[in-house]
Design a protein. Structure first.
Length: 96
């Protein structure tokens, strides 16, 4: 791959025709992070805080991408110690 200096101006250099690259919106990384966060068994309530959602209903849309077991783990709010008490852990309990 050849590195080129950044062009100034309105045009961006697109991918070469022979490359297998599909552009995607940068915002999709936010969604990917949210789904991976929940799949790893972390709390949906902590994810809500991380994403800045005021309502848990907004964050619940990511549950559609999980298995029933993963949904149960995410909604129980497992703490860093691994207990499934159902209490909402604080952000400090689940540092990355």
């Amino acid at each position: 791959m050849e590195l080129r200096p950044h062009r100034r101006g309105g045009r961006r250099a697109g991918p070469k025709q022979d490359q297998d690259f599909r552009p995607f919106p940068f915002h999709d990384l936010r969604h990917l992070h949210a789904v991976n966060w929940l799949k790893s068994g972390r709390s949906i309530y902590v994810l809500q805080q991380r994403l800045g959602h005021t309502s848990i209903k907004t964050t619940e849309m990511y549950l559609a991408y999980l298995t029933p077991e993963e949904v149960q783990t995410a909604t129980l709010g497992r703490t860093a110690a691994g207990s499934k008490s159902g209490n909402r852990p604080s952000v400090q309990d689940q540092k990355i």
